[in-house]
Design a protein around this ligand. Structure first.
Ligand code: PBG
Ligand code: ZN
Length: 374
């Protein structure tokens, strides 16, 4: 039906209509926050390139995890940042029972029940050269690296991880890990596969500052995917699904929305998207220059990732987003008067909430709907 019978602006005329027909919402349920764990005690040091994110020692991680759980965030994704002395060619720190991630997992599972703990299973943080496994003549040896990757995944499971997330882009890594988990009794431990992980230049803040595992030489193009290939990304996902992945992933997110969309429509699998360090850092840096509205653009990014097909959003903005979703100020700031009363009611319900926690999902979800991005 053409104009003038059809006027698409009818359903945009006020917030109430816009809410009614909104197709994509974000809730705290979708959010996974990556965290970087360092040895020591009492360490909570903000990262310059990822403001609002920290290097945390295990004791501070526990405090942080409590706060995140109370905000309603679903899960954390742990990365270890071992001392240089705890790195070697065989990445022994990755699968040591007393390794940094293993300690972190145990501490969070013991002290903060209810928060899912996911571990990144890769070796690059634990080798002196920063490559994702064992090098032979400077080439990443698939089978030799797989063996260490399996030891790493198993040790995370033994430490109590709720889910492991193999990140190395080795051929056969999901099959190897699934078999190892199953034969060790971890039948119910899901795998979130970094299935289509591109050899992107957007990981620099992660390596340079986050995990301090920048490559000493070479690059990761013999195992991570060529950035221009989307059919190949579908083959990677298909193989991971066949090998037993429970959740598949596309990474990075924002430049790769076509891949996200294809992944969702072609596989109908639970899909995670990693909104990587460079994506976060770009928006943050532009905001610092006064060129962009930081929060609005961060949320636009997250909403667009979800619209493209993401079910799970792994983002350095997760905590800020969760706070924003529960924030009284933002939830009523741009509401039209008749909606303000809804927002007010939601807030008073929340603050007199029966469970006493800040992040009851349904209420948080409805507050997100009153946020300024609508
Ligand atoms: C592998 C891993 C990386 C990232 C997450 N897991 C590095 C890589 O893939 O080469 C990057 C995440 C980011 O940039 O935020 N351990
Ligand atoms: Zn790696």
């Amino acid at each position: 039906m053409p104009f003038p019978a059809t006027r698409l602006r009818r359903l945009r005329q006020n917030r109430t209509f816009r809410r009614l027909v909104r197709e994509t919402t974000i809730s705290v349920d979708d959010l996974v926050l990556p965290l970087f764990i360092v040895p020591g005690r009492g360490i909570k040091k903000e990262m310059e390139s990822l403001p609002g994110n920290y290097h945390l020692s295990v004791d501070c991680l526990v405090e942080e995890a409590r706060e995140l759980r109370d905000l309603g965030i679903s899960a954390i994704l742990l990365f270890g940042v071992p001392d240089a002395k705890d790195k070697n060619e065989r990445a022994f720190g990755a699968y040591s029972p007393t390794g940094i991630v293993q300690q972190a997992v145990r501490a969070v599972k013991e002290n903060v029940p209810g928060l899912l703990v996911i571990t990144d299973v890769c070796l690059c943080e634990y080798t002196p050269h920063g490559h994702c496994g064992v090098l032979k003549n400077d080439y990443l040896d698939n089978e030799a690296s797989l063996e260490l990757l399996v030891k790493t995944g198993l040790s995370h499971a033994q430490a109590g991880a709720d889910m492991i997330s193999p990140a190395a882009m080795l051929d056969g890594q999901i099959r190897a890990l699934r078999q190892a988990l199953d034969s060790s009794g971890f039948l119910n431990l899901p795998i979130m596969a970094y299935s289509a992980k591109f050899a992107s230049k957007l990981y620099d803040p992660f390596f340079k500052e986050g995990t301090q595992s920048a490559l000493t030489h070479g690059d990761k193009r013999t195992h991570q995917m060529p950035i221009g290939n989307s059919d190949e990304a579908m083959r990677e996902i298909a193989m991971d699904v066949e090998e037993g992945a429970d959740i598949v992933m596309v990474k990075p997110g924002l430049f790769y929305l076509d891949v996200v969309y294809r992944a969702k429509t072609e596989f109908n699998m639970p899909l995670a998207v990693y909104n990587v360090s460079g994506e976060y850092a770009m928006i943050d840096a532009a905001a610092r220059l006064g060129r962009l509205d930081r929060d609005a653009v961060m949320f636009e990014a997250l909403r667009c990732l979800k619209r493209a097909g993401a079910d799970i959003l792994i983002t350095y903005a997760a905590k800020q987003a969760a706070k924003y979703l529960t924030s009284k100020k933002l939830s009523v700031s741009d509401a039209v008067p008749e909606v303000e009363s809804f927002a007010g009611r939601e807030l008073s319900m929340k603050f007199s909430g029966i469970d006493g926690t800040a992040g009851s999902a349904g209420l948080v979800g409805s507050q997100w709907k009153s946020s300024s991005s609508d």
